[in-house]
Write a protein that binds this ligand. Structure first.
Ligand code: NDP
Length: 255
């Protein structure tokens, strides 16, 4: 079995879905050559599991990256570039995000801006700065078509960001979070349209409602199950599924 992708980067890898993506990628039957697992801060309990994974598996490379800081993203690109030693980055997973439950009554402008900064400005900035490494991977592959093994950007979205579904707004208003993920969906469509000819796929994935710090214990899905689904969906992506919105089981969601 070929690896999903030779060189992968996952943002927000110290906990939750990001950590499990790194774990399943490295413990899978054919692990990538490099898995750049990015974190903001490894101190304390939040960094322990990722540090243990990196100590056990040489392909896991720890890279500091705060998606909202351009200086931090650029330093991460430099470090990844040097570790790739002339090779390209095949798969970029924009997983890092923050949540906000603010209602119409409680929402503050500062919170709207702060969530937007992390969930929209962050991923677009990460995609923009890593683009030369993704283009290098696409050129190296030289084959027709689009896939995660060639070059791809995956944006972690959510069903509650779907404008068409407008899912459970009265029960879970989440104005800042929903608006930010709807904007991220538009970014995904734009990137897919713009980068297709460069050989780079771009798709939005909803991981399900998952038991993590963000999803809480009430969530029905375990992180293991969600990530198993996500990885199998990623393996099947192609030219036909660039610029689409899929859930962790591969079902299509409306924008
Ligand atoms: P968690 O809250 O468990 O983890 C979020 C991760 O993002 C942490 O590693 C956090 O790092 C990181 N992060 C936050 N801000 C930044 C930043 N500025 N720069 C870099 N890293 C940052 O979330 P989940 O694992 O549950 O969610 C992962 C993705 O899946 C998100 O995009 C989320 O929106 C999406 N999603 C999750 C659902 C769920 O039910 N869990 C449902 C639908 C979508 P740190 O530890 O430093 O804070």
């Amino acid at each position: 079995m070929a690896p999903l992708a030779r060189n992968v980067l996952v943002t927000g890898s110290n906990r939750g879905i990001g950590l499990e993506l790194v774990r399943q990628l490295v413990e899978g039957p054919d692990p990538p050559e490099h898995i750049f697992a990015t974190y903001r801060d490894l101190d304390g309990a939040r960094g322990k599991a990722l540090q243990e994974l990196a100590a056990k598996y040489p392909p896991v490379r720890l890279i500091q990256l705060d998606a909202v800081s351009l200086a931090s993203v650029r330093a991460a690109v430099k470090e990844v570039d040097s570790q790739l030693n002339g090779k390209g980055l095949n798969l970029l997973i924009n997983n890092a995000a923050v949540n906000s439950y603010a209602t119409l009554q409680s929402v503050q402008p500062e919170e709207m801006i702060s969530v937007f900064t992390t969930n929209v400005v962050g991923p677009i900035q990460v995609a923009k700065e890593f683009l030369p490494l993704l283009k290098r991977a696409a050129e190296e592959a030289g084959k027709e078509g689009l896939s995660c093994s060639k070059a791809a950007i995956i944006n972690m979205s959510t069903k509650v960001g779907s404008i068409e579904l407008c899912f459970q707004v009265l029960e879970i208003p989440m104005y800042p979070y929903r608006a930010s993920k709807a904007a991220l969906n538009m970014v995904t469509r734009c990137l897919a349209a713009e980068l297709k000819d460069a050989g780079i796929l771009c798709t939005a994935i909803h991981p399900g409602w998952v038991k993590t710090d963000m999803g809480t214990e009430k969530a029905p899905l375990t992180v293991e199950c969600s990530v198993q689904g996500i990885l199998s969906v990623l393996a099947g992506l192609s030219q036909a599924t660039t610029g689409v919105f899929l859930d962790w089981e591969g079902k299509s969601l409306p924008w």
